[in-house]
Design a binder for this molecule. Structure first.
Ligand SMILES: N[C@@H](CCC(=O)N[C@@H](CS)C(=O)NCC(=O)O)C(=O)O
Length: 273
């Protein structure tokens, strides 16, 4: 097999590269990396990605890292497959404008809520000494600190600030979708995949005050259109190996014993990057 993707559950960064592979109809070998078991920090994986993060693409033996780079690489390397990037310079610029926004101003703010909900449970599975041993192997200082904070609990002020940033991003997407059917214009692109994977697909579960279809009707209709696409649906249906007890705990709406208004979490909202 000349195309391999190392990835975790189909959400966040892993969904972001699994969706293009499926949308483009590319045959690839899926190699699952269990983040809950810290496999991404084992020496064999660090040889592929010294950052110790998924996903990683290997094409004919060459390693490609970072989702936005991987996704554009697929556009360049497989020009005869269905495009997910506009052909014209302005269309490309609009797509990259959204990708830059998601990568720099959305992803991390959603992520700390995901870590607060899910990764915290993974981190608390371990005794202190074993956790310290696992964390000591993490190559990126920031990720080391993030795992420690997930175990100890994030600062409520930091969580509130992140939620504020997410609301700004969701407002921006809703406004854009009143002007065009997709974020970068008339075409479904990598920008839609990016915002969906890093924000929209877990909005209801992580941010019950924001994630309501009545507040963001265009965004919810857009997300439904993405979920209905055969390629995206196939990517989102890829196996979820999360411990069922953790999934059950994670899928409870945040801070609520009783269900909150809004639709039930969609499939694939359970895990997090
Ligand atoms: N810049 C990287 C970020 C990748 C990333 O943050 N991956 C997460 C999964 S969503 C991960 O591997 N987390 C595990 C860890 O950091 O230990 C990309 O775009 O691929």
């Amino acid at each position: 097999m000349d195309l391999i993707l190392y990835h975790a559950e189909p959400i966040a960064n892993s969904a972001k590269s699994l969706i293009p592979l499926h949308e483009k109809g590319l045959t690839f070998e899926s190699r699952y990396v269990n983040l809950g078991k810290f496999e991404q920090h084992e020496p064999w994986f660090l040889a592929l990605n010294p950052d110790g993060q998924v996903p990683v693409l290997v094409h004919d033996g060459a390693v490609v890292r970072h989702t936005t780079v991987i996704n554009e690489y697929l556009e360049d390397a497989f020009p005869d497959t269905p495009p997910l990037r506009p052909a014209d310079p302005l269309g490309k610029a609009r797509m990259r404008d959204w990708n830059k926004f998601v990568d720099e101003q959305v992803m991390n703010h959603v992520s700390i809520h995901g870590w607060n909900r899910r990764v915290a449970l993974l981190a608390r599975q371990y005794e202190d000494a074993e956790f310290d041993r696992l964390v000591a192997r993490i190559p990126l200082l920031e990720q080391r600190e993030k795992w420690k904070t997930a175990r100890a609990g994030f600062d409520p002020k930091e969580l509130a600030n992140a939620e504020r940033k997410v609301r700004i991003a969701v407002d921006k997407a809703e406004a854009q979708l009143s002007e065009s059917p997709w974020l970068a214009g008339e075409m479904f692109t990598l920008a839609d995949i990016n915002f969906f994977s890093h924000c929209a697909m877990m909005l209801t579960r992580l941010f019950p005050e924001i994630g309501k279809p009545e507040l963001y009707p265009r965004l919810y209709a857009w997300a439904d259109r993405i979920r209905a696409r055969p390629g995206a649906a196939a990517a989102l249906a890829m196996p979820d190996h999360t411990d069922p007890a953790i999934t059950a705990a994670v899928e409870k709406p945040r801070g609520a014993a009783a269900p909150l208004p809004g639709p039930p979490p969609q499939r694939g909202e359970g895990a997090s990057g």
